[in-house]
Write a protein that binds this ligand. Structure first.
Ligand code: PMP
Length: 392
């Protein structure tokens, strides 16, 4: 396949080729990852509450494996619907104070499935330019008109809503916390615009579920806006430390998704052991507010220390802290210098982020201690100077 080799060569020339690197959680050291023969402070995962290594989740999964076997054997609409799915969905609806819930295989499939079920040809989807790729792909597959508004630019959104006022159905969709920038959507304003224009509102709480709200319900809850959101989506792959995704909403929305969301209908149910692990993780997410509180405090102090060291650290207050460097090559150099300082800080490059905004996306976990983070910032500053992205 010469054309592939040629195109990959071009990517590599622009510092844009991706390769897989083995990473293993360091035994007995939560928040560290082994790469090669070294344990690195892991500032690049989405294990926000530090639950991925929690023994109670692993135990629930082991028990379920014994009781239910390995695979579900079919999609849920065929023979894969074990009672524990419905039980988990009941607990999820209770947690979100919503009428109903539906579990999906992962967040990517949830977004693709929900958007494809809500809109089609003749409809319009209004989507923040920085929304996650799974939302972008969901819109493309739905065949609805994709009206992309500039990041958090409500005037631009209003303009597009007016422009597409004759669309059959309208859907506004947004990340609650943006995955590569760590800042928040303007949810209050989005609710207002959705009302004014008779649109549906879908919020992706992938990076805010577990992190915000008194019981980790997410950003919409913490702002008291959850009743205004028509479809609420989140994943179990981040704060829950596991895998899978949820959608919550009214009974009619969930009934519609069971009938229309193709990734739900045409794909095998998640293995029962994953469902049992998620149920335990949900119990922990609801209960362990200490982890949530520490994570919020850690995010504050890490950002403040980075700024003190001379970096810009993004606009948000979430555990996602981007340090923009611009060029792809500079981002890779910075990442290598971080590794030399025993810090795992992965370079994020286009097309994951817009051209010219390559960055290190630091993400924190409740497993990290204050002293570790402050020491890390000293090493990050040293690495930044080594890589030429921070003035000496
Ligand atoms: N939405 C957002 C905002 C995400 O960041 C991600 C994961 N990177 C997803 C959806 C997809 O979730 P999952 O990893 O469960 O497929």
């Amino acid at each position: 396949m010469k054309w592939m080799a040629d195109e990959l060569g071009l990517l590599a020339g622009d510092s844009l080729e991706r390769t897989l690197i083995d990473s293993t959680p360091a035994q007995g050291s939560p928040g560290y990852m082994v790469r090669g023969d070294r344990a690195l402070l892991n500032l690049s995962s989405n294990d926000y509450l530090g639950l991925s290594g929690h023994p109670a989740i692993a135990e629930a999964m082991r028990d379920a494996l014994t009781a239910h076997g390995a695979g579900a054997g079919a999609s849920r609409l065929v023979t894969g619907n074990r009672p524990i799915y419905g039980q988990l969905e009941g607990a999820l609806a209770d947690w979100q104070s919503s009428e109903a819930a539906l579990v999906f295989a992962n967040g990517y499939m949830a977004n693709v499935g929900v958007i494809g079920a809500l809109v089609g040809r003749g409809d319009a989807v209004f989507s923040d330019r920085l929304n996650h790729a799974s939302i972008v792909d969901g819109i493309a597959l739905s065949r609805a008109e994709h009206a992309r508004y500039r990041h958090n630019d409500m005037e631009h959104l209003r303009h597009l809503l007016n422009k597409h006022r004759d669309a059959r159905r309208k859907l506004i969709v947004t990340d609650a916390v943006f995955s590569m920038d760590g800042d928040r959507a303007m949810l209050g304003e989005l609710v207002q615009l959705k009302r004014e224009h008779g649109a549906m509102l879908m919020v992706d709480e992938a990076h805010s579920g577990g992190v915000y709200g008194p019981n980790g319900e997410g950003l919409c809850h913490s702002l008291g806006l959850h009743d205004e959101v028509d479809v609420h989506m989140g994943t179990f792959s981040k704060s829950f430390g596991l895998y899978g995704a949820y959608v919550t909403g009214s009974k009619i929305v969930i009934r519609w998704l069971v009938n229309k969301a193709r990734p739900f209908i045409y794909s095998t149910a998640l293995p029962p052991a994953i469902i049992a692990g998620i149920a335990e993780a949900l119990r922990l997410v609801r209960q362990e507010s200490r982890r949530r509180e520490w994570l919020a405090e850690a995010s504050r102090l890490f950002r403040a220390a980075l700024r003190e060291a001379g970096f810009q650290a993004g606009a948000g207050d979430s555990p996602i802290v981007p340090v923009l460097v611009g060029g792809n090559d500079a981002a890779l150099r910075f990442s290598s210098a971080l590794e030399a300082e025993e810090i795992l800080g992965v370079a994020i490059r286009p097309p994951t982020v817009p051209e010219g905004t390559a960055r290190i996306r630091f993400s924190l976990s409740a497993s990290h201690a204050e002293a570790e983070l402050l020491d890390a910032v000293r090493r990050i500053a040293r690495a930044g100077r080594m890589a030429g992205v921070l003035k000496p």
